[in-house]
Ligand binder design. Structure first.
Ligand SMILES: *Cc1c(COP(=O)(O)O)cnc(C)c1O
Length: 453
C-alpha cells in the first residue's frame, strides 16, 4: 500500500476530477477535503480529521462505514465470483436477493429487475409502464403524471418526470413532456390552504381533475412516497400516498413509487409505502439497497405488470432493456449482508427513540429567528432557513446560506450537504444517540453563527 500526501491528492483531484453538481471554477480554488477512511458514523480525511457523516454519504449509508459483517460478505464473494452476466445466465446471489427483496417489499410486488443506480431504476419503471399499455392494447396510454418538486434522477427519462427547474431547466428541449400535478409543499404551497391537511386535499382534487381529463392517455404516475427528497425534504401529510394509490386505481394508471431515497428503513418502516398499506405497481430501489457500499438498483413489479410482457418470441413482447452490470454478484451479496443486519441488529426497532429525539431537537430549532420550517419523517429531516420568518421570504439563493451553514458545521466536525436553503439530516440509520446529539448540537451552533442568532 502506498499513501500519497494531502497536497498531491488535492492537486490530482483539481487537475483531473470533474465533480457532480459542482461549479468547477470554484472547486479548483478550494482545498477539498480528501476522505481516506470510514468508521461507523465517521469519515476520516487524509490529515486525520474526523467528520460525522450527517448525510449518510448522500443518503445511502445504513449500518455505518466499514461495517465488519458487510466487509466480510464482500471479501467472501470476491473470492467466489466477481461478475457474470444476467443475459443468458443467472447467478446465485442475484436469485437469492430477488427472493429476499420480495419478502420485505409491500405484498404483491414479486418480480425484480436489476440495474445499478436510482435514475435507471426509475427509468426502467417508466419504460415498463409505457410498454405495458402497448401490450394491453391501450396504445394511447403513453404519458406520465409527475409532481412539482419531484426528483427522480439525472438521466433524460428520469429528468423528464422530475420537477425541479433549477437542476433541469437547461435540458428542457431534450425531455418528454409530462402532466405535472401539484405536490403538497405546505410551507410554500400556492394553493392558499391554511393547514397541511387542507393543502393535501387541494392537491389531490387537482390530481383527480388531471386524471379525469387525461386518463385515456396516461400510462403511469411517478411519486416519491412520503418524502420528496431533493426537492427539499418535503413531507407529505398522512394518507396522501394511499389516496394517490386509490386515484391511480380509479383511473387505471400504473403507480410507480420511487423509493430510491426513502427505502430500506429510512422512514421508520422498511419501505415508505408500507406506512400507508400501499402496494405500488412498480417500485424503484437503489441508494440504501447495498447500505451505501456499491452501485445496485432494483425495479420491482407486480405479477400483473410482468404478465403483460409474456408471449411468443415472435410477438416481440420482451422487455428490451438491460445494463452490463445487471445483478452483479458482489453488489447482491452486499445487499444480502445488509438485509441480514437489519434482522440481527433489529435496526428498525432501534429507530423510534432516535426519531423522537430528532423531533424534539427540530422543535427547539423552530425558536431560531431564521428557521422558517422543520420537516421530518423517520431518520430524514430538513431545516428550511428563511430571511424573514413572518413573511417566509427566502434567503436569496446567491447568498448560499445552506452552503455557508454546512461549511461552518465542518469546523464543528460534521459533514453536511444542503439542498438550497434547506439543511439536510440523513445520517446512517445506525447512528448512536450520542452521535445524534453531537450532530444536532453542531447544526444548531452553525445555524446560529451564520444567521447571527
Ligand atoms: C438519488 C435519487 C435518485 C437517483 O439516483 P442515482 O443513483 O443518483 O441515479 C432517484 N430518485 C430519488 C428519489 C433519489 O433520491
Amino acid at each position: 500500500m502506498h499513501s500519497t500526501d494531502t497536497k498531491t491528492l488535492r492537486d490530482m483531484d483539481r487537475t483531473h476530477v470533474w465533480h457532480p453538481f459542482t461549479q468547477m471554477k470554484e472547486w479548483e480554488k478550494s482545498d477539498p477535503c480528501v476522505i481516506v477512511r470510514g468508521e461507523g458514523s465517521w469519515l476520516i480525511d487524509s490529515d486525520g480529521n474526523r467528520y460525522l457523516d450527517g448525510v449518510g454519504s448522500i443518503w445511502t449509508n445504513v449500518h455505518g462505514h466499514c461495517k465488519r459483517e458487510i466487509n466480510d460478505a464482500i471479501k467472501e464473494q470476491v473470492d467466489l465470483l466477481e461478475h457474470s452476466t444476467l443475459l443468458g445466465l443467472t447467478n446465485d446471489k442475484a436469485a437469492i436477493l430477488a427472493r429476499r427483496l420480495v419478502e420485505v417489499a409491500p405484498p404483491g410486488l414479486c418480480k425484480v429487475f436489476y440495474s445499478d443506480n436510482g435514475s435507471t431504476a426509475v427509468e426502467i419503471g417508466v419504460k415498463m409502464a409505457f410498454q405495458y399499455w402497448q401490450h394491453r392494447r391501450r396504445p394511447g396510454k403513453t404519458k406520465f403524471i409527475s409532481f412539482r418538486n419531484a426528483y427522480h434522477g439525472d438521466t433524460i427519462g428520469a429528468v423528464s418526470v422530475g420537477g425541479i427547474d433549477l437542476f433541469h431547466g437547461v435540458f428542457r428541449p431534450l425531455l418528454f413532456p409530462t402532466i405535472q400535478a401539484p405536490s403538497p409543499y405546505c410551507y410554500r404551497c400556492e394553493c392558499g390552504a391554511s393547514d397541511s391537511a387542507t393543502c393535501a386535499m387541494e392537491c389531490l382534487s387537482e390530481l383527480e381533475r388531471l386524471m379525469a381529463a387525461h386518463a385515456g392517455e396516461v400510462a403511469g404516475l411517478v411519486i416519491e412516497p412520503l418524502v420528496q427528497g431533493a426537492g427539499g425534504m418535503i413531507v407529505q401529510p398522512e394518507g396522501f400516498v394511499r389516496q394517490v394509490r386509490e386515484l391511480c386505481d380509479r383511473y387505471d394508471i400504473l403507480m410507480i413509487a420511487d423509493e430510491v431515497a426513502v427505502g430500506f428503513g429510512r422512514t421508520g418502516a422498511m419501505f415508505a409505502c408500507g406506512h400507508e398499506g400501499v402496494t405500488p405497481d412498480i417500485m424503484a430501489l437503489s441508494k440504501g439497497i447495498t447500505a451505501g457500499y456499491l452501485p445496485l438498483a432494483a425495479t420491482l413489479s407486480t405479477q400483473k405488470v410482468y404478465d403483460a410482457f409474456l408471449g411468443e418470441y415472435r410477438e416481440m413482447k420482451t422487455f428490451f432493456h438491460g445494463h452490463t452490470f445487471t445483478g452483479n454478484p458482489i453488489a447482491c451479496a452486499t445487499a444480502l449482508a445488509s438485509l441480514d443486519l437489519f434482522e440481527k441488529d433489529r435496526l428498525l426497532e432501534t429507530l423510534p427513540s432516535k426519531t423522537e429525539y430528532l423531533q424534539q431537537r427540530l422543535h427547539t430549532l423552530m425558536e431560531l429567528s431564521h428557521v422558517g420550517d422543520v420537516r421530518q419523517c423517520g431518520m430524514i429531516a430538513g431545516i428550511e432557513l428563511v430571511r424573514d420568518k413572518q413573511t417566509k421570504e427566502p434567503f436569496p439563493w446567491e447568498e448560499r446560506i445552506g452552503v455557508q451553514v454546512c461549511l461552518e458545521a465542518r469546523r464543528h466536525g460534521l459533514f453536511l450537504r444542503p439542498l438550497g436553503n434547506v439543511i439536510v439530516i440523513f445520517p446512517p440509520l445506525s447512528i448512536s444517540h450520542d452521535e445524534l446529539r453531537l450532530l444536532m448540537d453542531g447544526i444548531e451552533v452553525s445555524i446560529r453563527e451564520i444567521t447571527g442568532d
